[in-house]
Design a protein around this ligand. Structure first.
Ligand code: NAI
Ligand code: NA
Length: 396
């Protein structure tokens, strides 16, 4: 079939298999261009199919020749209906890894469930014995709690008072005011259950109990801080409470896995266009100003540049892992540079529908958004008939 983007609000209903494969190839080429990293050898990536998790899997495999197991929750294709992008990304990743002689297998299912944890443990036992790195990179709006059976939903709301600020509809470029009512206690609790650290801790406990964590293994989860303009809706909002919980969980995991010397870290990453971040009000306007400013300074990065730098310049340098005063790894250092943030603050004040194309990188935002679904890549023939029924080699 000929596959075109079909936009519905903040999502695209279609994905292009060849474009997703091109995206994976581009990321592999980037990692290879930066040279080998003396990094992990056997890696489990939870949330491995898109965004930072996919970049972590690619960096492990093509930066350090690591064997990888990827866990994700994606929709497979059906005749005449495309799969989700993460499905095609993972198919392309496995093919590239296998061609390079690297072990790569995947598990498609709900990572919050006991069943998927057990399936993962069984696969590690059968094929790898143990893993020395576990990346935890889930982003989900819902979590079915494996003990209570309750389905929790996260929300993106401020806490304490109503929040009003500028936002942009990145499809139209229309800048407007948005007002968001504050969360109630139930909202806060639910968001922490979904996006906090409980499931990460459950994974690490299950892996350790099964004996599949190597002595001195490392585990990393991803967090975000960001600037003052997004604080009310992000870091001081419901999602921020979940990130506080995630960050606190790192210390608990390190403590509970002392006997095998496993260390848990949170890495604070840069704001990037993903399906998740596009749905948060205010953030797309911030990102469009951020992209413009960082590109002008020559320090713009996408997921792959961020994770390659995380591995190469933070995690696997041969020296102690540098952290901030709260024990977090900071790879958002360039985003948070004072000169960058001062420029964005000034731009924020003046941003309107009329000037955003000029002062912000709306085109870059749109391009990245299309790229998430495999559209807009050079070297892909979008007019050609494409087979949507692409299998992931290790699945079924
Ligand atoms: P993403 O949406 O690109 O990736 C999410 C991954 O989780 C996908 O592989 C998806 O299949 C998987 N997933 C979701 N629900 C699942 C489930 N129930 N079972 C198994 N897999 C499931 O998200 P992104 O942006 O890469 O986020 C990853 C982490 O990075 C999150 O913790 C996010 O908060 C954090 N982060 C994101 C930033 C951004 O600007 N996008 C900035 C800093 C941190
Ligand atoms: Na991810």
């Amino acid at each position: 079939m000929i596959i075109e983007p079909r936009m519905r609000g903040f999502i695209c209903l279609t994905a292009h298999p060849d474009g997703c494969a091109q995206s994976v190839k581009n990321q592999i080429a980037y990692v290879k261009s930066k040279g080998a990293i003396d990094g992990p050898k056997k890696v489990l990536v939870i949330g491995a199919s898109t965004g930072f998790g996919l970049a972590s899997r690619i960096t492990s495999a093509f930066g350090s020749d690591a064997a990888t197991i990827g866990v994700f929750f994606e929709k497979e294709p059906a005749e005449g209906k495309t799969a989700t992008p993460g499905w095609y990304n993972s198919a392309a990743f496995e093919n590239e890894a296998h061609n390079a002689g690297l072990y790569a297998k995947s598990i498609n299912g709900d990572a919050f469930s006991n069943e998927v944890k057990q399936e993962t443990i069984d696969l590690i036992k059968a094929d790898l014995g143990q893993v020395d790195l576990v990346i935890y990179s889930l982003a989900s709006p819902v979590r079915m709690h494996p003990v209570t059976g309750v389905l929790h939903r996260s929300v993106l709301k401020p806490i304490g008072s109503t929040f009003t600020n500028k936002t942009v509809d990145f499809h139209t470029g229309n800048v407007s005011q948005v007002t968001i009512e504050p969360a109630n206690e139930e909202d806060i609790k639910n968001t922490v259950v979904v996006m906090g650290g409980e499931d990460w801790a459950m994974w690490m406990e299950a892996l350790n109990k099964a004996g599949v964590l190597a002595q001195g293994a490392t585990t990393i989860a991803y967090s975000y801080i960001g600037p003052e303009v997004t604080e009310a809706v992000y870091r001081k909002g419901t999602i921020g409470r979940a990130k506080d919980h995630l960050e606190a969980t790192a210390f608990e995991i390190t403590d509970s896995l002392k006997s095998i010397g496993c260390k848990a870290y949170v890495s604070v990453n840069k704001a990037l266009v993903t399906q998740a971040s596009s749905a948060i009000p205010v953030i797309p306007l911030y990102i469009s100003l951020l992209y413009k400013t960082m590109k002008a300074e020559g320090i713009h990065e996408g997921c792959i540049e961020q994770i390659q730098r995380l591995f190469g310049e933070r995690l696997y340098t041969g020296n102690a892992i540098p952290t901030d005063d709260k024990g977090r790894i900071r790879i958002d250092d360039w985003e948070m540079r004072e000169d960058i943030q001062n420029q964005i603050k000034a731009l924020w004040e003046t941003a309107t529908t009329e000037n955003l194309n000029e002062i912000g990188d709306l085109a870059g935002y749109k391009q990245d958004f299309l790229n998430l679904f495999g559209f807009g890549f050079d070297g892909v023939d979008y007019d050609a008939n494409t087979n949507e029924m692409v299998p992931i080699p290790s699945i079924k």
